[in-house]
Design a protein around this ligand. Structure first.
Ligand SMILES: Nc1nc2c(c(=O)[nH]1)N[C@H]1C(S)=C(S)[C@@H](COP(=O)(O)O)O[C@H]1N2
Ligand SMILES: [Mo]
Length: 253
């Protein structure tokens, strides 16, 4: 195990022992109408109970009049890795989304190939754990369509999203979803925000949208997707960059 993973595990375990909610970085829970609900539901209901209740529930969709004038960027806003810089300099023409791990058909999809799949557009609200919300219109392909092409094997249980941006500790941002959310109709791999090509601050060329969960689940700057049986051996083992710092893996709203 890498030293950094040990440190993260220690931090997470320490937080679990004190029963504390991690408040750092992404960040403080403020007094919005939904923040107490997140805490309340997290303590009152297990993830299993929560997801069983809401397996097919749809996140609310809004009208064009509700779209926020600015979709506030947060977290990484301009990845500096040389791999990303080279792709961005060329307008992402050479970008390929790798899909691998426990799949029958590994894929390397260009943006043109992704755009050629059936598209979905939805206007949804984005709630950051810091306590602010924005409403935006997203266009992309349902993740389920890409998974149907890759065909996860019987042992696959989670979808792991790897990103191009490095965080302060040097590790890459990553996230993961269970199959309920991965196959949910509103879970998109999006390349368009408010009718325009996704800007770099919001995750170009491709980002995840999971409107039933908090903002940190919605990985930007997608590099590749892997199907796995468990995420315990990935990075800090908690299933995501912020989860490794003590945040909940299931961030249902
Ligand atoms: N790769 C990557 N994805 C990320 C982040 C990040 O720093 N890097 N930040 C997360 C957080 S905390 C939020 S609130 C949203 C912000 O998305 P936005 O910049 O489009 O508002 O992206 C999420 N996905
Ligand atoms: Mo966030």
């Amino acid at each position: 195990m890498k030293l950094i993973n040990k440190r993260r595990r220690f931090l997470r375990d320490a937080l679990a022992l004190t029963g504390a909610v991690a408040l750092g970085g992404c960040d403080k829970l403020s007094q919005t109408d939904w923040a107490p609900k997140v805490l309340g539901s997290a303590t009152a209901l297990s993830h299993a109970a929560q997801s069983a209740l809401s397996r097919n529930a749809m996140a609310r969709e809004y009208s064009e009049a509700d779209i926020s004038p600015v979709f506030r960027p947060n977290g990484s806003t301009d990845p500096q890795s040389s791999e990303y810089r080279v792709l961005a300099a060329n307008g992402f023409a050479d970008y390929r989304l790798g899909v691998g791990g426990l799949v029958a058909h590994p894929l390397a999809l260009s943006l043109a190939e992704l755009r050629a799949l059936p598209n979905r557009t939805q206007i949804t609200r984005h709630d950051c754990v810091e306590g602010w919300s924005v409403i935006g219109q997203w266009t992309g392909v349902q993740l389920s369509r890409v998974l149907d092409l890759a065909q996860p094997t019987k042992t696959a249980r989670y979808v792991v999203f790897r990103c191009f941006d490095a965080m302060d500790d040097g590790s890459e941002y990553y996230e993961s979803l269970g199959f309920d959310d991965a196959y949910h109709p509103q879970t998109l791999l999006a390349w368009e925000l408010n009718g325009r090509t996704l800007p770099i601050p919001n995750g170009a060329p491709l980002r995840l949208r999971v409107p039933r969960q908090l903002g940190y689940k919605m990985a930007k700057y997608l590099r590749r997707i892997d199907l796995v049986a468990s995420f315990k051996d990935i990075e800090g083992g908690a299933g995501g960059y912020w989860e490794d710092q003590g945040y909940q893996w299931y961030a249902g709203i």
